[in-house]
Ligand binder design. Structure first.
Ligand code: ADP
Ligand code: MG
Length: 500
């Protein structure tokens, strides 16, 4: 008997054991399924919070146009500063000579030289240099920053050698400056505030053209800062040079901003402002646009609170290159905290701005077998060996964030078109006669910036939403033109147009 009983007991124990193993496994699966469910829930919440149906976009179009009016009506009348630039003539193709531009962007600085032969087709862009701005300069002193820029210009000029056409002549320079300025003329303006992570507080209130000219003089450089040009205004100039239907320019780079050609009589806050053309380029500083219709998430709120300029540039923080990567990072971090699908939470993921928007586009547009590029970028963030479905989830996050950005950007553009009566709706009335708005004119929007030029999906979302907002018919009259290096080249053209 003993033997049989022992076997029976052993068998029963084995059954029990296997049952409990199975129970543990099922438990784990349920747990992991519920963790996965938590992540899917976060994704769903994100999608809902970032939703931009065309109705909402139209509300934003209206809000943008209304804010533009308010910003033009009085100083401080809107979050949109609607800054005067004093430029009222744009280059028309007859310019001649050799001109320089120095462009301080948010990530890069560029130096270039253009040679113009007096005909539109004779535009020779020479020696474009582009370098990342050393990060220590962003919170150094104005002296350190401008000495560095002057030094870079000196080296650029040294390379020209003796063969340069401009030898012996004072060199005329455009300073393309992509931060908000209060201009007092074409060639002078004081810094209103920094954006895009720059933090040199003693610069605020200083004339940046004077700072640059001073640094050039100290180095003994025979260069004259002939114009102070917002980067959007540079892009508008290059657009106009090639095509006089260009009346709006938008930059999507590290930051985002727009400018357009406005009638002086619509600039109520500067009554009596007279220009020979009857127009003036207005720098909107649209990064600071705000509306309750903007689809804001908890990630945006946290990003803003932890940024170097909280409660500022709310629109820019949803659409510009500096920020898109960080929104995506925040979503992934949140997911990795509620679930182990990303493995143990990587400490790198908690570091602001480690995930660059360049990497977001690389992941979003990853067409490799099994998303190897996504795996590589996640590995750099300390997240390794995640299964394919998690990599797909990351691609989806990139898509949601970038789609929202592109669609909001399109609403911004349509808002400007509405303000100037080019959106097919007849505009909102202000100093513009009825007969003028009724005829749909061809309108070119010049666009530049690293985000737009290099992130195909972003660009496609902008264009798609613009057609959705304007409708097929009106869209036919609106041409969006990409302008590579437009802000720097166009600024040099502006200086050229001042000489003629
Ligand atoms: P800046 O803002 O200094 O004038 P750019 O206009 O070249 O310079 O914009 C640079 C920014 O554009 C980068 O910081 C990044 O946010 C974005 N960007 C550049 N390349 C890509 C890319 N391949 N994919 C997505 N974003 C990009
Ligand atoms: Mg730029």
């Amino acid at each position: 008997m003993g033997g049989k009983v022992a076997v029976a007991i052993a068998a029963a124990a084995a059954v029990l054991l296997s049952c409990s193993v199975a129970a543990v496994m099922v438990g784990r699966r349920i747990k992991s399924r519920s963790k996965w469910r938590g992540v899917v829930e976060i994704l769903k919440e994100l999608e809902e919070a970032c939703d931009t149906p065309v109705g909402r976009l139209r509300q934003l179009v209206d809000a943008m146009a209304v804010e533009m009016h308010a910003g033009l009506a009085s100083e401080g009348g809107s979050k949109l500063k609607m800054l005067l630039t004093f430029f009222h003539h744009l280059p028309n193709g007859t310019e001649k000579g050799t001109y320089y531009a120095l462009h301080l962007g948010g990530t890069y600085f560029r130096i270039l030289r253009v040679h113009l032969g007096g005909e539109r087709s004779y535009l020779d862009v020479q020696d474009v240099e582009r370098h990342p701005i050393p990060s220590h300069l962003m919170n150094s002193t104005s002296e350190v920053l401008f000495n560095f820029l002057a030094f870079s210009l000196e080296r650029f000029i040294e390379k020209e050698g003796n063969g340069s056409s401009s030898q012996g002549v004072k060199r005329e320079l455009a300073f393309t400056f992509s931060f908000p300025l209060k201009h007092s003329s074409i060639s002078s303006g004081v810094l209103i505030k920094w954006t895009k992570g720059f933090e040199i507080s003693e610069m605020v209130g200083k004339d940046v053209a004077e700072c640059l000219q001073g640094a050039l003089n100290r180095r003994g450089l025979d260069m004259h800062v002939a114009a102070l040009v917002n980067d959007t205004v540079g892009a508008l100039s290059l657009g106009y040079y090639h095509d006089p239907d260009t009346v709006v320019a938008v930059v999507f780079g590290t930051g985002s901003n727009a400018c357009y050609l406005e009638r002086t009589d619509a600039i109520i806050k500067s009554q009596g402002l007279l220009t020979t053309s009857g127009n003036m380029v207005v720098n909107m500083e649209w990064g600071n646009f705000w509306s309750s219709h903007l689809p804001r998430t908890s990630y945006d709120i946290d990003l803003d609170a932890e940024s170097s300029n909280p409660n500022d540039t709310g629109f820019e923080k949803m659409i510009a290159g500096l920020y898109l990567g960080d929104i995506v990072r925040r979503v992934i971090l949140h997911m990795s905290q509620v679930s182990d699908i990303f493995g143990p939470t990587s400490s790198l993921l908690s570091e602001p701005y480690v995930l660059r928007t360049n990497s977001v586009s690389a992941m979003h547009e990853d067409d490799t077998h099994e998303l190897r590029e996504v795996a590589r970028i996640l590995k750099d963030l300390g997240v390794s060996e995640v299964p394919l479905k998690v990599r797909k989830l990351v691609v989806k996050i990139c898509d949601v964030v970038t789609r929202r950005a592109g669609r909001l950007a399109a609403a911004g553009i349509a808002g400007i078109l509405k303000k100037i009566g080019r959106d097919g709706s007849g505009g909102i009335t202000s100093g513009r006669s009825r007969s003028e708005v009724q005829m749909q004119k061809r309108t070119v929007v010049a666009v530049e910036g690293g985000l737009y030029m290099n992130y195909t999906m972003f660009r496609e979302y902008v264009e798609e939403a613009l057609v959705e907002i304007l409708g097929e018919e009106v869209s036919q009259y609106v041409v969006v033109k990409a302008m590579e290096d437009g802000s720097s080249i166009g600024s040099a053209l502006l200086v050229a147009s001042l000489q003629s």
